[in-house]
Structure formats: C-alpha cells, structure tokens
Design a protein around this ligand. Structure first.
Ligand code: ADP
Length: 612
C-alpha cells in the first residue's frame, strides 16, 4: 500500500495528472462556452419559428375581424378555424385566442376545448391585453411521466393600434434541451476518449522527461551509499541532458575526492597504528572512538572493552581530573598503568577544535616512560645510597676524632685503637669511592676492555692458588676443572676482579669450616663455558638472591658493613661480565650455601682436540 502511495507521488504520475487536469479544465471551458452558445442559438431558432407562425396568425386574425366586423359568432367560428389550422400545421401544443373581454374564444383541439368562453385569470395574458405588449416565459408543466419545460408566449393582436385580442401559445421547448443533452453527451464521450488517449500518450511522453531524472535520482541514492562508479545516461542536449552531464562530472569529482580522503585516512590510520606511542581519539563527550594497537597494549584491554567508554575511565583517572583540566597541564600527566608489570606512561591531552570553535573531540597520546622513570628512580636511589654509605664512616670517624680531641689522644691504650678505627673507616671510604668511580666509568662506557685470548683453566687455577696461599688452612678449595684448555677472550684484570669479589664473598659469608668448590664446564654447541663457584656458607634468602647484583644491596647490612663490604662488588662484577657478553647469576639455600654461576663466550679452536 505504502509502495503504491509512493508510486502515486512519483514525478511521472504527477506530470500525467497535471496535464490530464489541464486538459479537463480546458475541455470544461470549451464545453461551457460551446453549450452556452448552442443553447442560445437553439432557443433563438425555436423562438423564431414560433414568431413566424404568430406573424402569419396575426395577419389572418386581423382579416377575420375586418371582414366580420361585429359578428361575434362568425368571428369566433373563423378564429377557431384559423387556430385549428395552425395547430395542425405546426408543432404548437396549445394555441388560443383571448378577446378583449379576457375570454378564450378559440383554442386548438388537443388543448382543453372546455375552456372556451370563460374568462382567463392568467396575469400574463391580462398584462398583454392591457398593455398591448408581448411577454413570454418558460414554465414547467406536469406530464404523466415527467415534468417538461414549456415555452409560453402571449402576443397582442392589434388592428390600427387597437387591441383586438391576445394569441396565447404554448410549445414544449424540451426537444431543444434534448438536442442539447445529446450534443453534450457526444462532447463528454469525445472528451473521455481524448483523455484516455492523452493519458496513454502522456505516460510515454512524460517518461522522456522523468526517465533521466529518475536515473539521476537512483545514482544519487547509490552515491549516498558510497558507490560512485556508475554514470547516468545522457539522453539529449536539453537542460536535463546538461544536468545529467553535470551530474556525471560531479560524481566523478566526488569519487576522486573520496579516493583522496580514503588514501589520506589509510595513511593516517597506518601512522596511528604503527606509532610507538599509544593514541586514543574520543568524541566531544570523551567517549573513545579510535584507539591504536600500542594504546590497547598499554591498557591491557581489547578494542571492544575500550570503544564507547570514557577515556578518563579507562585510564582510571576520572576521580582526579576532568578533560578540561587536562588540557591545561603542559607536558601531560604521569599514570601508573599496570602496577604488576610496572608500566608508567605520560598521557598528553589535546582538544580537536573546528574552525567554528566547536569542540569535536579529544586526543590522548600515551608515551611509555617506564624506562625513564626507572632510570630516574635508580639515580635518586643511588644518590641516596651513596650519601648514606659515605655518611656512616664519616660519622664514626668524627666521633673517634672528637673523642681524641677531648683527651683520648693522651691515653696510650685508647689513642692507637681509635686511630686504627679511623684509618679503617678511611680505607672503607677509599674503597667505596674507588668502586663508585669504576661503576661510573663503566656506565659512561669510557672503560674499554683490554681483551686477550687466554686459557681460562690456567687463569682460574692461578686465582684459586692465590686464595689458597692467603687462606692457608682456613679454607678448602675444590677444583673440578677440565684438563684441556678452554679459550676465552677476556680482559684478565677485570675478570680477576670479578672472581676475587665472588671468591672473597664465598669466604666472607662462611659458616664453620670454609669450603669453596669450582666447577668449570664447556658447551661447544653454543660456544660457551660456565663456571660455578659454590660455598657452604650462610646462604641467601630465596627472595633476595636476585637482588645481590643490585648496587648497594646487602642481605644483612650490619654484618656486611662490619666485614668492610660496600655492596657494590657484585654490581661491578655484573657490569664486567655483561660487558664480556656473559651472564652472572646465583642460586642459594639459606643456611646451606650459595652458588654463583658465570657463563662466558668461548672459542672452539679445534673440535677434535677437546674432550668435553
Ligand atoms: P659486599 O661488598 O657487601 O660483599 P657484594 O656486592 O659483593 O657486596 O655482595 C652483596 C651482598 O650479597 C652482600 O652484602 C651479601 O649480603 C650477599 N652475598 C654475596 N655473596 C654471598 C655469599 N657467597 N653468601 C651469602 N651472601 C652473599
């Protein structure tokens, strides 16, 4: 139904309806003019016929009166004869003669004969008699089946300006109207037929106008759906043809513009997608519309979870900031995104404003500053640690010096003791500063390695020998070292420092009888060698094993400091081993001992020579 109504409203139907209406109106005007004139003409003819009859009756009646003078009976007889004669000759229904006494003295046969001689009481007749003027009218007369229109005329008969009577005539004018009706019928049928033909023709002719327009309409609908490839057919050189050409040009332009926008969008999309920073674009209410991969990774969410939600909600900062406030914070804000994985980002917010000043949305750029943050924290911690480490010996030195000042220098027993503590503390400070200097050098990569290709087994034997000599019977050293040489390219001084530190730790943090084991292994497949240095000392709690390589970390601060440790030895060792592309780590069981492992890349000089 709706479809049908829509079809009725189409331009095609409208055009047909308009000109059909125009034709109907035209026909109506022509019809009205035509029938009006025709009616006038036919009535005039009808009247003329009667008038001709009346003229001739007038003549005859005058003669009758002249010839019969005052003989009323003869006059009546003669008049009746004339009346009958005219009634037969013409189509006149009623023809009567009324004398000056207002009496009907003659009437035709068909009309009522009984009306002879009575006085008439028709005002029109009386009028005509008294004034001597013709009058006529059309009046309705009842017939058995219908009412008919009758033309009634009263005509005064004068002889030498003296009225002798009135001729009263009645004739049905219905045939005139019937004729008019017939003509009208023909006219209506003609109009109907011509309308039918013009409607059919109109459908086809108006198609020539509506077809190109409906083509353009269909193409416009396609364009609104994003299909710009089709072109409309140009049917001619008229205005519609020109419109079609312009329309085709327009759709070509739009297609090109669309293609440009698309490629720009794709370019922008790929830039946003592959950006190392996270990007979140929102609408003007702050709801997320576009989000790139990196932002999703930082948020640890998928696209569906993020899209449509408020940007401050997904960043978990809606309680602290509003979008307007964030615009004013230069450099953005630091957000701790993922506490377990320690992800810290700097989020900068910008507003997208149209030329009109209308805000269309916001852009949030998330920059990963975890590393930077970590480095800054480390630096702060390092400075705090260094200050603390330096202050401890300095405070102790100061209290001893104060004691000496206050008179202890005179005490022969105490003075040397105090001085030796002060010297020990100074030594510790020197060691600490040396360690710090070395670390700083390594951090700045100023410290180049002087690598040499050496036999690692010989190298480690030498170090162990040195410790054996110095420890004597205090410690046992067990060597599980292959006989064949393992060749490594290392800086011997630096690596000696590493092993000195690890071995002295193994001896320092001992328990009962000191025992240090050395297990050396080579993996030819990966060109690497590993050394395990195992002690039977106090061990390290499981949670702290990995931290012993951090700067200033000590498991038991009081005890370590007493032993003269700086907490930097293993941190330096780690730096040196890593500078050799090696790795250092530890395994420990509290109360049972610690194993420190060091792997280094090694050279395989000749596969056949080595017994692994
Ligand atoms: P320090 O100069 O204090 O020894 P290190 O960096 O060499 O500094 O060691 C860091 C900390 O690791 C030490 O303070 C100690 O608590 C722990 N540690 C290192 N080696 C061992 C070991 N073999 N047994 C037990 N604890 C150890």
């Amino acid at each position: 139904m709706a479809q049908f109504l829509k079809k009725l409203q189409s331009l095609h139907i409208k055009l047909v309806v308009i000109y059909v209406l125009l034709i109907i109106i035209g026909m109506q005007i022509i019809g009205l003019y035509f029938t009006n004139n025709l009616e006038k003409k036919l009535t005039y003819n009808f009247e003329q016929t009667i008038n001709t009859q009346i003229k001739s009756i007038n003549y005859d009646l005058k003669n009758v009166y002249r010839q019969n003078k005052d003989d009323k009976t003869a006059i009546q007889k003669e008049v009746q004869k004339i009346v009958d004669e005219y009634a037969v000759r013409s189509n006149i229904d009623v023809i009567r003669f009324i004398n000056t006494d207002e009496k009907i003295i003659a009437t035709n046969k068909d009309s009522n004969q009984g009306t002879i001689n009575p006085k008439v009481n028709d005002s029109q007749i009386q009028n005509s008699l008294s004034l001597g003027k013709t009058n006529d009218r059309i009046q309705l007369k009842d017939e058995p089946t219908r009412k008919v229109r009758v033309w009634v005329k009263n005509f005064p008969i004068k002889d030498s300006n003296k009225i002798i009577g009135v001729i009263h005539i009645e004739e049905s004018i219905e045939p005139v109207y019937e004729q008019l009706n017939d003509i009208n019928k023909i006219f209506i049928i003609g109009t109907g037929v011509s309308l039918l033909i013009t409607i059919i023709l109109g459908f086809f002719i108006s198609r020539t106008i509506t077809k190109p327009i409906s083509d353009m309409r269909n193409q416009a609908i396609e364009m609104s759906k994003g299909n710009y490839t089709n072109r409309v057919k140009v049917y001619g050189n008229d205005e519609i043809g020109e419109l079609a050409v312009t329309f085709n040009n327009l759709s070509k332009r739009v297609q090109e513009a669309q293609a440009n926008t698309e490629s720009e969008k794709r370019r922008l999309d790929s830039v946003i997608t592959y950006m190392s920073d996270g990007v979140i674009a929102t609408d003007r209410r702050g709801r997320v519309r576009i989000v790139n991969e990196m932002a999703l990774r930082m948020l640890d969410m998928n696209k569906d979870e993020v899209e449509g939600r408020h940007v401050l909600d997904i960043l978990n900062i809606e309680e602290h900031y509003s979008l307007d406030e964030l615009q004013d914070i230069a450099g953005g804000i630091i957000i701790d995104m993922n506490e377990t994985e320690k992800l810290i980002v700097r989020a900068s917010f910008r507003t997208i404003i149209q030329d009109t000043g209308f805000i269309t949305g916001y852009i949030a750029v998330l920059h990963d500053v975890t590393e930077q943050h970590h480095v800054e924290n480390e630096r702060r911690e390092f400075v705090a640690n260094v200050s603390h480490e330096l202050r401890t010996p300095l405070t102790s030195m100061r209290s001893y010096i104060e004691a000496l000042e206050e008179g202890a220098w005179q005490d022969e027993k105490l003075a040397p003791q105090f001085l030796s503590v002060t010297r020990e503390e100074t030594d510790r400070m020197i060691r600490l500063v040396n360690d710090l200097l070395q670390l700083s050098k390594m951090d700045n990569t100023d410290d180049h390695l002087n690598k040499e290709l050496i036999d690692f087994n010989m190298f480690i034997h030498k170090i162990i020998n040195r410790f054996e000599m110095s420890e004597g019977k205090n410690a046992t050293f067990i060597r599980d070292i292959p006989k064949n040489g393992i060749f490594v390219e290392i800086d011997p001084d630096k690596m000696t420092q590493v092993f000195d530190n690890v071995i002295s730790n193994a001896l320092k943090y001992s328990k009962g009888k000191k025992k240090v084991e050395f297990h050396v292994k080579q993996n030819t497949l990966f060109n690497r060698m590993t050394i395990q240095i195992k002690d039977n000392g106090i061990g390290i709690p499981l949670t702290k094993v990995d931290k012993i390589f951090d700067r200033f970390f000590r498991v038991d601060k009081a005890r370590t400091r007493k032993m003269g440790g700086t907490g930097l030895g293993l941190a330096i060792s780690k730096e040196i081993v890593e500078a050799h592309n090696g790795r250092i780590w530890a395994n420990s069981k509290e109360g049972y001992g610690t194993s420190v492992y060091i792997t280094l890349p090694c050279e395989v000089l000749d596969d056949g020579d080595w017994d692994v």
